[in-house]
Ligand binder design. Structure first.
Ligand SMILES: NC(=O)C1=CN([C@@H]2O[C@H](COP(=O)(O)OP(=O)(O)OC[C@H]3O[C@@H](n4cnc5c(N)ncnc54)[C@H](O)[C@@H]3O)[C@@H](O)[C@H]2O)C=CC1
Ligand SMILES: O=C(O)CCC(=O)C(=O)O
Length: 525
């Protein structure tokens, strides 16, 4: 049974669902060295934003197939290290969108109406109204930086408060912005014009410290800023200085450069409202985000592609019924071509014919390469890191697509070009099963079920099949079936024996010595 480590608090219902298919350990609050010490025995690691999944954790996670992030931001996971190690990272990009948007509005209203301070004051025994004169949202300009899932939901809600919404996002078209009723504006215009500014961008090299002293200086003294995206987007020291100097009316901060924290420069500033990274902390968001991640872990354990893989190909749902069955074909063809080819592999040419040619082929390519490379490398190779590993080995990969396909709905044909020549293997699906239908110039039909296959290239002649059979019998190797493909009677032919056991080297030598036999290869599927 697969083992899953849940290292941050996730929704109980989702975790229960995982228990039906895996052994699940919930161990939250682990220190980095404690996580490193135990992660090696798990197939999946699930986290929220607290656990730092560093390169050291990934390197200790020798069995890890998947790292699941029950939320949006994956900045607590070393994606590069996971990709190189062939570990799929999945997230839940939409589960907490509404909760984060609602929290943003809650923070805006808290600032505008001084709710946290008024609450403390009254509970402290003082009925004070004059100090807490607020401002309406109605008629104010909201500047949204980052118009993705959360930013666009914030815009929708802001319109209900009768705010004018302007926004900046270099990756959003004018047409999409128009559909969201957001006027696109430059960052400078947002900083200068907005009464409320809210950030909804990921923390990246470009966005780190995007709001510093210079940007704060441009803002109106009546402006208020919200950060419910990531710590590090705003320079905390500069923000506190601006608020304390009344160059800015207020700020509301849900996320901090260092988390978790009980001490931060923002905490002492009267006009800065703070919450401890609560944007996604609702029952609904946690249920949805955990459920999205659990579904993907189950899919990955079942060999199916994940829906929201951060570092692996994404599949449109309609592609799955067509592509899914061919994942095994691609891998089997890769395994076969790799074992049949002789010499140093320099290039791999993959052709997709028929229905599959109309879909994204990245997963198929990765599985072909994975099948090839797993024969020649100790490295774990899969659809996450196959391109990286192939490039590192100097292999040139080409892909070709053609809609025509004789006799079958779809075929994958792989040619391995080596210093010795070229080897071609083609496979397809018939009645739900993988079939190999071509090896070099031979057209055939074999079902490569697990086990050994002996391929003997020879000149067709009477008695050869019997001679081979008596050699396998002599070594007590059981033949489950035999297939012969020949170009013409008594001409060039390929004999394929499916074996329950491996034929020892001595037996291989004896077959090679038979009259008319040219090459003999034993491969394992
Ligand atoms: N406080 C909390 O609990 C939560 C925080 N978050 C944070 O909110 C961020 C946004 O989340 P979503 O809207 O779901 O992500 P998203 O990926 O849907 O949207 C992010 C948007 O930022 C834009 N963007 C990227 N770089 C930019 C730049 N340099 N300037 C302007 N725009 C840029 C992208 O084009 C995209 O439209 C996440 O990355 C995460 O860090 C998300 C959920 C909960
Ligand atoms: O898991 C959490 O509570 C944090 C949510 C978050 O920051 C995200 O989804 O990016």
């Amino acid at each position: 049974m697969k083992k899953v480590l849940v290292a941050d608090a996730l929704s109980a219902a989702g975790v229960e669902r995982l228990k039906a298919i895996a052994e699940v350990d919930v161990k939250t609050g682990l220190k980095p060295e404690e996580l490193i010490a135990i992660v090696g025995s798990y197939d999946a690691l699930l986290v929220r934003s607290q656990t730092q999944v560093t390169a050291d954790v990934i390197s200790a996670g020798k069995k890890l197939q998947v790292i699941g992030r029950a939320g949006v931001g994956v900045d607590n996971i070393d994606i590069k290290a996971a990709t190189e190690a062939g570990i799929i990272v999945v997230n839940a990009p939409t589960g907490n969108t509404i909760s984060a948007a609602e929290h943003t509005l809650a923070l805006m209203l808290s600032m505008a109406r001084h709710i946290p301070r008024a609450n403390s004051c009254l509970k402290g025994g003082v009925w004070e109204r004059g100090k807490f004169l607020g401002t309406e949202l109605r008629g104010k300009t909201l500047g949204i930086i980052g118009l993705g899932n959360i930013g666009s939901e914030v815009a929708k809600r802001a319109r209900a408060f009768e705010m004018k919404v302007i926004g900046y996002d270099p990756f959003v078209s004018a047409e999409r912005a128009k559909n969201m009723q957001i006027e696109l504006a430059s960052l400078e215009r947002i900083y200068k014009e907005a009464d409320f500014i809210t950030l909804h961008v990921p923390l990246t090299a470009q966005t780190k410290n995007m709001v510093g002293a210079k940007e704060l200086e441009m803002m109106k003294p009546t402006a208020r800023i919200v950060n419910a995206a990531r710590g590090g987007l705003i320079d905390e020291e500069a923000l506190v200085a601006a608020v304390n100097a009344k160059k800015l009316a207020g700020a509301a901060i849900d996320v901090f450069i260092k988390e978790p924290c009980t001490d931060n420069v923002c905490f002492a500033a009267e006009n800065i409202v703070v919450t401890p990274h609560l944007g996604a902390s609702t029952i609904e968001a946690q249920d949805l985000a955990t459920s999205d991640v659990v579904d993907q872990v189950i899919d990955i354990f079942n060999g199916a592609p994940a829906r929201y893989a951060v570092n692996a190909p994404f599949f449109a749902i309609e592609a799955l019924p067509v592509i899914n069955p061919f994942l095994k074909v691609a891998n089997t063809v890769g395994k076969l071509v790799s074992q049949l080819a002789e010499g140093q592999m320099t290039a791999v040419n993959i052709k997709y014919s028929g229905e599959i040619s109309g879909y994204d082929s990245r997963a198929l390519k990765a599985l072909v390469l994975g099948g090839i490379l797993e024969q020649i490398s100790e490295e774990r190779v899969n659809m996450v890191n196959a391109d990286i590993v192939a490039a590192r080995r100097g292999m040139n990969i080409t892909e070709q697509k053609e809609s025509a396909c004789d006799n079958y709905a779809s075929i994958i044909t792989v040619e391995a070009v080596t210093t010795e020549g070229s080897t071609i293997v083609a496979g397809t699906i018939t009645r739900g099963e993988t079939h190999i239908v071509r090896i070099d110039q031979y057209y055939l039909d074999i079902v490569p079920t697990g086990g050994y296959f002996l391929f003997a290239d020879h000149r067709d002649r009477p008695g050869l099949i019997g001679a081979v059979g008596s050699i396998t019998g002599k070594y007590d190797v059981n033949v489950s079936y035999m297939h012969l493909s020949r170009l013409k009677p008594r001409g060039q032919a390929l004999m394929i024996l499916a074996l329950d056991e491996a034929l020892p080297d001595a037996g291989m030598k004896q077959i090679r010595a038979l009259e008319g036999v040219q090459t003999v290869k034993l491969v394992k599927i």
